[in-house]
Ligand binder design. Structure first.
Ligand SMILES: COC(=O)c1ccnc(N)c1
Length: 229
């Protein structure tokens, strides 16, 4: 998988060299390249934004640098890449969306600032490639970089070969539509708190049943709306 990120803070993504994704990059499973949007400006101040037509507070990101930056990545004409734009106005980012992104061969992330990127950028690229506005939740960030980091981690870890043991991806929250069951490890007693005896019983059937019951109980308590789907 190839991941390109366009941002005014390319250094923000150097942390991806360290984490789990660092190994995936070294193994050549995932290639991540961050591009500085300002490299696609041509004025002395390297201007990337301007005041909004129609008035209002804040600044809007100019379309020209974005067009040059994205074209430098996907070339002219049509592209099989997906342009992902983190935005509070986007579709909810879920484990299912993470799986969809993980199945793509080329993702281009456009990190805008909250006031947004000139609408004509996504309008233009919708005619050339798939474009997805994606939201992490109902809140506002100053820029898309933090959201892109979360999406890259959530999708990247689902790419085959990135996580050592693929089994560990199966029993996770939201993989089966439920929240995950509580987990325990040694010691069996800690500060007078005991591990649930069923987990020490060696009865795999009883353990599986208990875990399922815990998933349902936890989901009903914390995210009841997931049970009504
Ligand atoms: C600038 O980006 C945002 O404010 C943003 C991006 C993705 N999800 C959100 N909830 C906000």
């Amino acid at each position: 998988m190839r991941i390109d990120i366009v941002t005014i803070f390319p250094e923000f993504f150097s942390v991806l060299d360290i984490s789990l994704l660092g190994k995936a990059r070294q193994a050549g499973i995932i290639e991540v390249v961050a591009h500085d949007l300002r490299a696609f400006t041509h004025d002395r101040h390297r201007t990337v934004d301007d005041t909004p037509y129609g008035g209002g507070a804040g600044m809007v990101m100019k379309p020209e640098p974005w067009g040059e930056a994205i074209d430098s990545i996907v070339g002219p004409g049509r592209s099989d890449a997906v342009l992902v734009v983190p935005s509070p106005a986007g579709e909810p980012f879920t484990q299912a969306v993470a799986r969809e992104l993980a199945a793509e061969s080329h993702l281009v992330f456009a990190c805008g600032r909250y006031e947004g990127i000139d609408q004509r950028v996504t309008d233009h690229y919708e005619g050339r490639m798939r474009v997805r506005l994606i939201s992490l939740g109902d809140y506002v960030l100053n820029g898309g970089e933090v959201a892109v980091m979360a999406m890259i981690e959530a999708a990247g870890r689902l790419v085959p070969g990135v996580v050592g043991n693929p089994e560990s991806l199966v029993e996770e929250s939201h993989e089966d539509g439920l929240l995950e069951y509580p987990s325990y490890t040694k010691p069996s007693v800690w500060r007078d708190l005991e591990v649930p005896p069923v987990l020490l019983s060696g009865n795999h059937g009883a353990v599986a049943e208990w875990r399922r019951e815990q998933q349902i109980e936890r989901t009903r308590r914390v995210r009841p709306e997931l049970l009504s789907d």
